[in-house]
Write a protein that binds this ligand. Structure first.
Ligand SMILES: CC(C)(COP(=O)(O)OP(=O)(O)OC[C@H]1O[C@@H](n2cnc3c(N)ncnc32)[C@H](O)[C@@H]1OP(=O)(O)O)[C@@H](O)C(=O)NCCC(=O)NCCS
Length: 166
């Protein structure tokens, strides 16, 4: 399999809405959520008006079919618009999803690697994740640490690594 990774553009907002839906964690055996759920303000804020200042993300495309299979994105959510992963006014929150049939093949790892090596990945990054989501292991491998926890979720942060030239 060969994958192409490219930056998310303003016109990718419709795809990002789909990715937001795919990013919602469902424990094994739970019935699918209504698609309407992503339009609740607390979720919609991760995607609405994509392409605003500071937005940054990447999508991955199956080079054989041309089909998009996943995305990772960062958005700074502050003030009345804070997200579940809010830490401070300088730390953007991460969203990530891969379509179910492509999960567990290393694509999410490639996307995250691309993000943290890109210019916009050079800041601290935060996220909120369900406590029993297997993605916690992926985040830990990328240097995310648990900042706080509730009964249901973890708030995680990856600090910016300052690269030294010598
Ligand atoms: C999380 C996700 C983006 C990772 O992408 P991926 O291509 O499956 O990941 P990779 O194959 O590169 O890496 C494997 C790691 O991904 C995570 N993972 C794999 N399948 C997963 C799944 N169905 N759900 C959640 N995380 C999964 C695990 O941490 C796994 O690590 P492990 O092998 O040590 O268990 C993808 O699985 C997904 O879209 N999951 C559902 C949505 C989600 O949970 N998003 C995060 C919300 S905070």
């Amino acid at each position: 399999m060969a994958w192409i990774i490219r930056a998310l553009k303003e016109e990718d907002e419709a795809f990002l809405w789909e990715m937001l839906y795919q990013a919602l964690y469902l424990p094994e055996g739970q019935a699918p959520l209504s698609r309407e759920v992503i339009h609740l303000p607390e979720l919609a804020r991760y995607v609405q008006d994509w392409g605003s200042d500071g937005d940054c993300g990447f999508m991955v495309i199956d080079s054989l079919t041309g089909k998009p299979v996943g995305a990772v994105w960062l958005r700074l959510l502050t003030g009345n618009n804070k997200g579940y992963g809010y830490i401070d006014d300088y730390t953007p929150e991460l969203g990530i999803a891969i379509f179910p049939e492509y999960r567990g093949q290393g694509i999410g790892t490639r996307l995250l690697t691309h993000l943290v090596e890109s210019p916009c990945g050079q800041s601290p990054i935060s996220l909120s994740v369900s406590i029993d989501n297997p993605a916690v292991r992926l985040y830990e491998r990328f240097g995310f640490n648990v900042i706080s926890r509730s009964d249901e979720s973890l708030l995680m942060k990856r600090d910016c690594k300052i690269l030294k030239s010598n």
